[in-house]
Design a protein around this ligand. Sequence first.
Ligand code: PLP
Length: 372
Amino acid sequence: MLKLPSPCYVLEASKLLDNLKVFEHIQHNTGCKIILALKGFAMWGAFDLMRPYLHGATASSLHEAMLAKEFGREVHVYAPAYKESEFSQLMALADHITFNSVSNWQRFQQDIAQSSKYTACALRINPEISEVSTALYNPCARGSRLGIVADQMPESIEEIEGFHVHALCGSDDQALARLLQAIEEKFSHWLPHIKWLNLGGGHHITRQGYDVAHLIQLLNAFSQKHQVQLYLEPGEAVGWQTGYLTSTVLDVVHNDVDIAILDTSAAAHMPDCLEMPYRPDVRGAKEVGVLAHDYRLGGASCLAGDVMGDYSFAQPLEVGQSIIFEDMIHYTFVKNNTFNGIQLPALAIQDLDGHMNILRQFSYDDYKYRLS
Ligand SMILES: Cc1ncc(COP(=O)(O)O)c(C=O)c1O
């Protein structure tokens, strides 16, 4: 077996395929199109595997749009605001472009009209439902800059073909039902004029217990009633439980508790642990006090709070041993940074036939040339 570099993210292709088959089932039974939100999972080494199952990719910037083009199917773009200097390039790449505000749409209306290439335009609406308790992740929190609330909508939306809404995060089918209801209640005036509705991300479809049959029922009822093509653009649900981050113990110190210092970092490699915050599962470890040896797992940066959490292990931890963090594929390497110059984890994929391929290893140049 190939020895993995440390730290290293490993995507398990068979697990990704399991998720993709759930999306295939939904698309087959609804006619809804599911596209990949690159912001959550942008491992282009796995595009060949995903391409047959997903209708395209959605981008939130010019660079993501360029990568979405490489995906090779529909390219969707949404960003909170577009830049004059990038807009023509975005138009050239995008099949669908969504504007976050009426003013940003109006600013580019002339460019759209004069473009030789057709790009379908949409507005992002804000249904003002708060389904997400963590404010940092709640697009509909009071004062949110994301999307147009109903009382700010223009009366007529003639050149607009679609609506986009992103109001969920790690949510279930019941939350989707409430979202659809809020859209009907608040945006009924405009619904007859649109051809498609993109329901954004935040649908935790591949999580155990998600009621896929109910999702199918909801999507079919809505699309038939309003005669719209529906889209979903999950990120987390695509990469959910599809791989891990392997790391190494560099030192064990003691200050009130035993602390293992690892060659990875919550701040640089798993930022959601600090932002959400949440505690990742560690292979073979349990809650503190359950197994014989308790440890705090800490990162290699100088940030005092660079801590992944407290765990218990059956055996004492030793320098050089591997620590494996589970479910570390979505919203991890897409957010990585080189804070403290810490080594970026390598990227690997375990193929469907079980072979381990190291896709990329990072070097001093990757650190140096982001600086000047
Ligand atoms: C506009 C938009 N679409 C899709 C997504 C993907 O969401 P998730 O990864 O939770 O499915 C996000 C996440 O922030 C988003 O902002």
